[in-house]
Design a protein around this ligand. Structure first.
Ligand code: ZN
Length: 573
C-alpha cells in the first residue's frame, strides 16, 4: 500500500538520545509505519539528504489559549520545529469562564501576558463556558500544532467565586465547586491543573491575580481532586520575588508533592534580584530532595535569560517620560525625523535623569516594559545578531564616549527594527546551563503566545540547537533533541509522541544542523484589530510534519492544519 509521505535519505536523530543513523521514514494515516530503505511509492516525498530528521519538538509552557482562536499556524513556535504545545499555564486559561466575565478575562490576560484586549475581543468567538466546552472548541478550530491544556486556577476561581475570587479565601461550597470542575476537566482531557503564586502576576488594577489569593489548603484540595482520579499534572508559577519567599514557597509545595503524588512542575528560574536571592542550584537540589522523599517533580528551564524586549516600534524604556511621550505619540517616520534633531536629542537625554531609580525588586516582562526603572545599561543589549555575544549599551557608550540614551537613539535610527534585550531572570548563561544539565529539568518554558510585545521566548528550540549545541558544544545534537522531544513527551505523559518509532504519531521536524538558528525578532502589526507583537522566525528548518501532514515547509505554512488536542489519560481514546 502506498505511503502518504516518505522522507528520504535523512539522518535520523530519534529522540531517545541514541546516536544518529541514516534511514528513510514512511508515514501513513498520521503514523510512522516504516523506518529503513523504503521502496514503497508515496504520495509526497521530502528529500532530506544532508538533513536531520527528528521528532517534532514539544513545548510544555505556552500561553496560546487566546491566540489559537485566530492563528491556525501556532506562531511563533511553528517556525522553530515545534509540533506540540501545552497551554493554560500559570493559572491563566480561558475556561471555565462565565459570559459576564469575558471582558475581565481579556483584560487580565492583557495585564499579565500582554495579549492585547482588542485582539482577544476581535479574534475570539467565545462560545464556551465550561472547560469541556472550551476543549471541544479547540478541537474544532483549525490548528497547525497539537495542543494540550490545563484548567487554570485564576479562571476557575473567578468562575466559582465571581469577584470574591480577587479578595477572599474560598469557603467550603467554593472548594467543592472548584474540586468538581477540576475533576470534570481532567475527565474531559485536561492534562492537569495550573496555578501561580508569582508576584509578577497581577490584575489590570495592580492587585494579585485570583490564584494568588488562594491559601495552600485550597491548592491541596484542588490537586487532591486530581489525586483522587490518579491523573493530571500540577503546574505552578513560583514566587521568586526574594530568597526567603522562594524557600517558603518550595517548602509548602513539597508537601503538595508528597501528599498528592501527582507530578509537579514549576519554572526553575535563577535570578540575582530580590532580597537574598538563592543560587540556581538551590532549586535543583530541592527537586532532588523532594523526589528522594517520594514526590514527582520537574523543573521547567529556559535555554537563555528571560528578557524584556524593547524597540522603537514597540516599547522603549523611556516612553513614559514627558519629552519622550511627545515624540513617541508621532508616526514612526516623524519620530525618526525628530530623533535626528540635536535639540530634541538633548532634551531626551536630559529627561532620562527623571526615571525611577532601579531597585532590587523583581520585575516581570510586563512591568519591566510598561513601568520601567532607569535601565542598568550594563544589562541592556542591542541584538546586533543572534549569537548572544553583543556588547552592552554601557560598553558602547564608553567606547563612543556618548550617553547611553544617545547610543540607543543612534541604533534605532540605524535600523528601526533593532531590538534591545534586558535580561530579567536567568541572567547568567552559566546558571541556565546548570539548570538545563540537571536531569530533572525540562527544556521548555517559551511562554509562547504571551508577552507578545514584551518578551520573545518562542525561539527556545532553535536557540538550544544553535547556541548550546553548535556554538558552545555543551550538548550533543542527540541529547538536545531528546530534551525537546522524548523528555517532554514523558514528563507530560503524551503517549506515542516524542520518538521516531513505528506506530508513533508522525510529528517530525527536518532541519539542517549546521544552519538551524533563530532569526532576529521584529515588531509586526498582524494581530486581530491590528495590534502589534514580536515575531521571530528561524533559519535551517526545512519542514515540520504534524500527524503525518506537512505543516510548514522552508518556513512557510502549507495551509494544512492537522493538529489535534492532546488529552490526558482518562479522556484519551
Ligand atoms: Zn507562564
Amino acid at each position: 500500500m502506498a505511503l502518504d509521505l516518505l522522507i528520504k535519505n535523512g539522518t535520523v536523530v530519534d529522540g531517545s538520545g541514541m546516536p544518529r543513523y541514516r534511514a528513510d521514514i514512511g508515514v501513513r494515516a498520521g503514523r510512522i509505519v516504516e523506518i529503513g530503505r523504503i521502496r514503497s511509492a508515496a504520495e509526497k516525498i521530502i528529500d532530506a539528504d544532508g538533513l536531520i530528521v527528528a521528532p517534532g519538538f514539544i513545548d510544555g509552557h505556552t500561553h496560546m489559549d487566546a491566540q489559537i482562536a485566530w492563528d491556525p499556524l501556532g506562531s511563533c513556535s511553528c517556525w522553530h520545529g515545534v509540533t506540540s504545545v501545552v497551554m493554560g499555564n500559570c493559572g491563566f486559561a480561558l475556561a471555565p469562564c462565565k459570559p459576564e466575565d469575558r471582558e475581565w478575562f481579556a483584560r487580565c490576560l492583557t495585564a499579565v501576558e500582554d495579549i492585547p484586549t482588542e485582539a482577544m475581543l476581535a479574534g475570539i468567538d467565545w462560545n464556551w463556558e465550561s472547560f469541556p466546552e472550551y476543549l471541544a472548541n479547540v478541537e474544532r478550530l483549525p490548528k497547525g500544532l497539537n495542543y494540550g491544556m490545563y484548567i487554570g486556577h485564576s479562571a476557575l476561581r473567578m468562575y466559582a467565586m465571581g469577584r470574591r475570587a480577587l479578595e477572599e479565601p474560598a469557603n467550603e461550597d467554593d472548594l467543592r465547586a472548584m474540586e468538581a470542575a477540576v475533576a470534570e476537566a481532567i475527565r474531559a482531557g485536561a492534562l492537569g491543573f495550573s496555578s501561580s503564586r508569582a508576584t509578577t502576576h497581577i490584575t489590570p488594577d495592580g492587585t494579585p491575580v485570583a490564584s494568588r489569593i488562594a491559601d495552600w489548603h485550597e491548592i491541596d484540595r484542588l490537586v487532591g481532586a486530581m489525586a483522587a482520579l490518579d491523573s493530571g499534572i500540577f503546574q505552578i508559577g513560583p514566587d521568586i520575588s526574594g530568597g526567603e519567599a522562594q524557600r517558603l514557597f518550595y517548602e509548602r509545595l513539597r508537601r503538595v508533592a508528597l501528599e498528592s503524588g501527582r507530578p509537579i512542575m514549576f519554572g526553575t528560574l535563577a535570578t540575582k534580584q530580590g532580597v537574598d536571592p538563592n543560587p540556581w542550584d538551590y532549586s535543583t537540589r530541592y527537586i532532588d530532595e523532594t523526589v528522594a522523599l517520594g514526590g514527582r517533580m520537574y523543573g521547567q528551564g529556559t535555554t537563555r535569560s528571560i528578557n524584556a524586549v524593547f524597540s522603537l516600534k514597540s516599547y522603549l524604556p523611556f516612553d513614559g517620560l514627558p519629552a519622550w511621550k511627545e515624540i513617541r505619540a508621532l508616526p514612526l517616520a516623524e519620530q525618526k525625523h525628530r530623533l535626528t534633531d540635536p535639540e530634541v536629542r538633548r532634551r531626551l537625554v536630559a529627561d532620562e535623569a527623571k526615571m525611577k531609580p532601579k531597585s532590587s525588586e523583581l520585575q516581570g516582562g510586563g512591568a519591566a516594559t510598561t513601568d520601567p526603572r532607569r535601565p542598568d545599561y550594563a544589562n541592556l543589549f542591542p541584538m546586533l545578531d543572534v549569537d548572544w555575544d553583543d556588547p552592552s549599551i554601557a560598553d558602547l557608550a564608553r567606547r563612543q564616549n556618548k550617553h547611553p540614551v544617545e547610543i540607543i537613539i543612534d541604533l534605532c535610527l540605524e535600523n528601526d527594527n533593532r531590538v534591545f534585550v534586558q535580561p530579567l531572570v536567568n541572567e547568567s548563561p552559566e546558571d541556565v546551563l546548570g539548570i538545563l544539565k540537571h536531569p530533572r529539568t525540562l527544556a521548555t518554558f517559551s511562554d509562547s503566545g504571551a508577552h507578545v510585545c514584551q518578551e520573545m521566548g518562542s525561539s527556545l528550540q532553535t536557540h538550544l540547537l544553535s547556541y548550546w549545541v553548535r556554538k558552545r558544544q555543551q550538548f550533543t545534537l542527540e541529547e538536545a533533541v531528546r530534551m525537546l522531544t522524548f523528555d517532554n513527551a514523558s514528563a507530560w505523559e503524551l503517549p506515542g509522541r516524542g520518538l521516531i518509532r513505528i506506530g508513533y504519531s508522525a510529528d517530525l521536524v527536518v532541519f539542517d544542523e549546521e544552519h538551524v538558528r533563530p532569526r532576529l525578532p521584529t515588531v509586526e502589526q498582524d494581530l486581530p484589530g491590528g495590534a502589534r507583537r514580536l515575531v521571530q522566525k528561524a533559519d535551517g528548518i526545512a519542514a515540520t510534519i504534524v500527524n503525518g501532514v506537512v505543516a510548514m515547509q522552508n518556513g512557510e505554512s502549507t495551509g494544512q492544519h492537522a493538529g489535534e488536542v492532546l488529552k490526558g489519560r482518562l479522556a484519551a481514546s
